[in-house]
Design a protein around this ligand. Sequence first.
Ligand code: MRU
Length: 326
Amino acid sequence: MLVTIAEDGGDVVILDQTRLPRETAFVRLRSLADTAHAIRVMQVRGAPLIGATAAFGVALGLREGLTLERSIDTLAATRPTAVNLHWALERMRGVLEKSAQAVRQEVAWTEARAIAREDAAANAAIGRHGLAVLEPVAARKGRVEVMTHCNAGWLATVAHGTALAPIYAAHEAGLAVHVWVSETRPRNQGQLTAWELAQEGVPHTFIADNAAGLLMMQGKVDCVIVGADRIAANGDTANKVGTYLKALAAHAHGVPFYVAAPVSTIDFACSDGMHIPIEERSAAEFGALHTPVANPAFDVTPAALIAGIITEHGIVPADQLARVKP
Ligand code: MRU
């Protein structure tokens, strides 16, 4: 579990992803401010993990005696695109507003643990459903070549990952799976994916972001699987910047392009991709440049370029998400 309660009780423990892959260091979150900081600076990152961590942050805020409103507002302001953050906060609000003051804290911890547990279970199911995409290719060719972007593995979730869950399921099932891992400028989440795949013994090759098109043209990619930070009701999908270019290249070369995400990443209130807020991050992420910088952290892939959304309820055509609406 990438977010847990410390064994001595109380505090929340996370793996500090800003120190990977150089160092594996765990950090204790003792307060609402610690949690908001961890999300903002990306010590925890990845939409599902941000959501679960924020839920624990609400419990920490209540422990400090802060109001529910203040706890939710502080956490909601940390990162705008990943909808799991807002989904988890609204779920906490819904449960806590109905609870008596005397039991609120206990209810908050219970609900945060439930959110974390359910995320792990959803991702395991995504792995099982996504395996159906990889099995026929492996049966036909004896191996399967998957390209991914950013990190949508267990580091980005409570457990198992989203885009990497089918890959882990395939590896466990004994299929010869190899992963093309794109570096993901400017924050280099591809390094996290390479590190994670190495921990699991999954064969992989690290590439510059801009090498993706060539590899698809050369027939070296059987399918692309990426995660998502927010999927609009019409299937348009926001994911780490650079995803859209991979989808375009995949379309041009007849490579199926899949998105893997739990239903908590679908924003049914958002009609289409043009309405998804795109986070603009600091120019400092490019290093010390003395030039104007634009740093949109996400882009939007139109539903028409997506072969299917792999959810915990099965693989759904991107334009038929109503089928999995809770
Ligand atoms: O900015 P990050 O690292 O939090 O980016 C989010 C992501 O991890 C990816 O976009 C991912 O593909 C979706 S979250 C499983």
